[in-house]
Design a binder for this molecule. Structure first.
Ligand SMILES: Cc1cc2nc3c(=O)[nH]c(=O)nc-3n(C[C@H](O)[C@H](O)[C@H](O)COP(=O)(O)OP(=O)(O)OC[C@H]3O[C@@H](n4cnc5c(N)ncnc54)[C@H](O)[C@@H]3O)c2cc1C
Length: 362
């Protein structure tokens, strides 16, 4: 059985950042990722990030992913791809499927950084070919160079909806409309403005009523909704589209944690059920840490900081970092984080995170 001081599950910004900090301290680290490319969501992000330079704004996501990967490798982190972690068992043993080989691994510490999956909404026709997640559309366009469709309806005007719409326009698709049940656009105005400049209509206070077609999508009926998101009869509109992209939020991928017996809490600003954890990112299961979207949906910048905190805490718990050094470095990361958890969305997330820390103490 292979043994590592730290096993990171997921090579996104959270997993790589934790690996970097733990390895910098001196720990032996492996990172497993199910994909054949490391970087998690970052490898699909061709746009420049927003925020402050401290948080790598103005850099394109895939450049950030590449630089994290380079740094991890320089520090001796082993990054294993096409490696799906199937389960976490007693005494921090794990099963990993690497290609077609099943390996058993023992870890002193585990960091779960598995990210998030896309939410779906059921409506008549939602199982027809042509109804896909916006993230899947982004993977097709930005990773595989394949247009998911020619004529697209985007459901959801959050950052994922507007960023993916813009990238699909750049790829040569037509966006028939962006719709949202909310009365205002929820993504960053600058992303939405780029889409609007292409002449794409935004139908706010609208939802999808039905996907039309028999073999695959040939159109969509949308309908206006009232303040309680109930359809208003007589306001239906038909759009002739071949693809319907759903961008209605993300859900933390917590299956491994729930299987391991980690205590969970449902917190809406963090995207649903999330693992209870403390300020060091350690869960209710000693030695098992979380960081990034799996611990609450936020952004790559927060995923990086949470990963760093977890990596520092792992290095400290293994005896590689003296307590004053660890506390000083953690304080620096927490200060950096507080700038990100501000504004209406950030503030709600900060409050939810504090609830998680309180549950851990309680
Ligand atoms: C369209 C879009 C635009 C965005 N724009 C921005 C932006 O401008 N600024 C910003 O800060 N953030 C942005 N984000 C958000 C950012 O990409 C995510 O918050 C961030 O990637 C989360 O990092 P993570 O490491 O937690 O998870 P991820 O990046 O999702 O990485 C998790 C990795 O774990 C792997 N994995 C999961 N389960 C297993 C398993 N069992 N075994 C092995 N591997 C597994 C996954 O395949 C994945 O590679 C955007 C997201 C999207 C979708």
């Amino acid at each position: 059985m292979k043994r590592y001081e730290l096993v990171c599950i997921g090579a996104g910004p959270a997993g790589l950042s934790a690996a970097i900090e733990a390895a910098r301290g001196g720990a032996g680290v492996v990172v497993y990722d199910e994909n054949d490319r490391p970087g998690g969501q970052l490898f699909k992000q061709i746009h420049k990030f927003f925020g402050s330079r401290e948080h790598r704004a103005q850099e394109r996501g895939f450049h950030i992913g590449q630089s994290l990967l380079d740094e991890a490798r320089q520090l001796g982190v082993e990054v294993v791809l096409n490696a799906v972690v199937l389960g976490i068992y007693e005494n921090r043993t794990l099963n990993v499927m690497i290609g077609d080989r099943l390996e058993e691994v023992k870890a002193e510490r585990i960091l779960v950084a598995t990210g998030a999956s896309e939410n779906m909404i059921p409506f008549p026709g939602w199982t027809l070919p042509g109804v896909i997640g916006a993230g899947a559309a982004q993977t097709m366009a930005n990773i595989h160079g394949v247009r998911p469709g020619e004529n697209i309806l985007m459901v959801g005007s959050g950052n994922v909806g507007v960023v993916v719409s813009f990238q699909l326009l750049q790829a040569g698709c037509r966006i028939a409309a962006v719709i949202d049940a909310a009365p205002k656009i929820s993504g960053y105005g600058v992303h939405a403005a780029k889409v609007a400049r292409y002449g794409v209509p935004f139908f706010l206070s609208h939802t999808i009523q039905e996907a039309r077609g028999t073999e695959r999508v040939t159109g969509a009926t949308i309908v206006e909704v009232d303040a309680g998101w109930q359809p208003l009869p007589g306001t239906e509109k038909f759009l002739a589209v071949d693809t319907i992209c759903i961008a209605v939020g993300l859900n933390p991928m917590t299956q491994l944690l729930r299987m391991a017996g980690c205590r969970m809490a449902a917190l809406s600003a963090l995207g649903g059920k999330v693992p209870v954890h403390d300020v060091n990112q350690e869960t209710t299961l000693p030695g098992i840490y979380v960081a990034g979207d799996v611990s609450g949906i936020e952004e790559a910048s927060t995923a990086i900081i949470e990963g760093r905190i977890a990596g520092l805490a792992v290095a400290h718990s293994l005896g590689y970092l003296e307590t004053p050094v660890f506390e000083e470095q953690r304080t620096r990361q927490l200060e950096s984080m507080s700038g990100l958890r501000s504004g209406p969305y950030g503030e709600a997330r900060r409050q939810n995170k504090e609830q998680l820390f309180a549950l851990m103490e309680g």
